[in-house]
Design a protein around this ligand. Structure first.
Ligand code: SF4
Ligand code: SF4
Length: 394
């Protein structure tokens, strides 16, 4: 028998977390007398900030190391998962691991009765508005908390690792038991708070797990790209058509790859108050992914299909509250915000302010201190379109 776990994490920001969880599963299972190994999928080369990636852990109570390796090693993706761990809940909207691979459902690999285990502050019902339906029943469990994001060289030690291990023991004790998790953490770290965090998460998960029935969940609307098969190769090889490129060239001469919808990379998206914009061009110029499209009226629309949520535009915009980063799970479509603004300026401001709320999210990724929340404020619409934006920095 083989138990398979995948850990879906955000590239770079959660790389160390994903690797630790995969390695911990192996060590705990080994202490229980099982055979196990863990590996990672280098899904984007080089792994980029925020790109959805996976670590895997395979555990067997009765196979030899060689047999387990032969079954599960050296594969690009997992065959099926008993548990899919998701350490950033915005990935429930779908993940595109690399260009041409297509946007894939977060529960694509989950087997019948398997469990999707998500770190989240949202309810199961909210998450299910994004997770596609399956023809079989499966389980959904959450580890309460925000996504634990840090950076490449740092690790945010906020007990997410321990709490995920405890929750994993609750959703599938055939992989690791809570007693083995506790003794491993106690012995390894000499810190009883870590074992207690795992046990508390175990208890909470047992109380808060939900069966998702066949047919329950969202409709899935992403197409998977089809690549030529070897049978289509002719004697001289196969012609793979170039990726169509080109729109109005970006500020640095680049153009977008319209087939690589890297928007699934983001945990937050920019909401723009077009009425406050002073048309300084900085968002358009500095966006590293060419997401801003100049409009006829001199504003800059955002293409959410390709925005990776890097926060750069919100950092460079000189007008307070003009560009604000908002939790990606507050949105259920990628419609053009500028078209909304043109159609209904007042309605757009109301919509934008509702989305923004008063939480302003900052991620000092490099320090590893993780997410910081500051307080924002409402800025009234400009009284005169030609005048200066209210509160504009000097
Ligand atoms: S957050 Fe802003 S700067 Fe970053 S990719 Fe998205 S639109 Fe571009
Ligand atoms: S950075 Fe801000 S003010 Fe400047 S063009 Fe973009 S939205 Fe407008």
């Amino acid at each position: 028998m083989i138990k398979r776990v995948e850990v879906n994490y955000r590239g770079i920001f959660q790389k160390t977390l994903g690797k630790y969880i995969g390695g911990d599963i192996v060590q705990i299972a080994s202490r229980m007398g099982k055979v196990a190994f863990s590996n990672g999928r280098y899904s984007d080369s080089p792994e980029r900030n925020g790109i959805p990636c996976k670590y895997f852990a395979f555990v067997s109570p009765d196979l030899s190391e060689e047999e387990l390796e032969a079954e599960c090693g050296a594969k690009l993706d997992i065959d099926e998962a008993d548990v899919s761990v998701v350490v950033d809940d915005t990935m429930v909207k779908g993940v595109e691991p690399w260009g041409w691979h297509g946007v894939r459902a977060i529960n694509e690999k989950l087997r019948e009765k398997g469990c999707l285990l998500v770190t989240s502050q949202h309810s199961h019902d909210q998450l299910l508005t994004f997770i596609p339906k399956q023809p079989f029943s499966w389980r959904l469990a959450t580890v309460e908390g925000p996504a634990s994001l840090a950076g490449l060289w740092v690790y945010k030690d906020d007990l997410t690792r321990e709490r995920v291990l405890g929750a994993l023991a609750a959703v599938d004790p055939g992989i690791i038991s809570i007693e083995a998790v506790e003794s491993y953490l106690l012995e390894k770290t000499k810190d009883k708070h870590r074992a207690e965090a795992a046990r508390a998460s175990y208890d909470a998960t047992l109380r808060n797990m939900r069966v998702v029935k066949a047919g329950e969940g969202a409709e899935w609307h992403h197409e998977i790209p089809r690549l030529p098969t070897w049978k289509e190769f002719e004697s001289g090889g196969v012609v793979v058509p170039a990726v169509p490129r080109g729109f109005t060239m970006g500020p640095r001469g680049q153009s977008r790859n319209e087939r690589f919808l890297r928007g699934t990379t983001k945990s937050h998206r920019p909401v723009v108050r077009f009425d406050l914009c002073i048309k300084c061009t900085l968002c358009w110029y500095d966006c590293p992914d060419e997401c801003f499209d100049p409009t006829d009226d001199g504003l800059y629309d955002v293409n959410y299909e390709v925005c990776v949520g890097c926060h750069k535009c919100a950092e460079v915009c000189p007008v307070p509250e003009c560009i604000v980063m908002v939790d990606e799970l507050k949105f259920d479509n990628n419609d053009s915000p500028w078209e909304h603004h043109k159609r209904d300026p007042q309605g757009y401001i109301k919509w934008a302010e509702e989305k923004k709320g008063l939480e302003r999210i900052h991620y000092p990724h490099v320090t590893g201190t993780g997410m910081e929340i500051r307080e924002g404020k409402f800025v009234p619409p400009k009284p005169d379109k030609g005048g200066p934006a209210a509160g504009a920095k000097a």
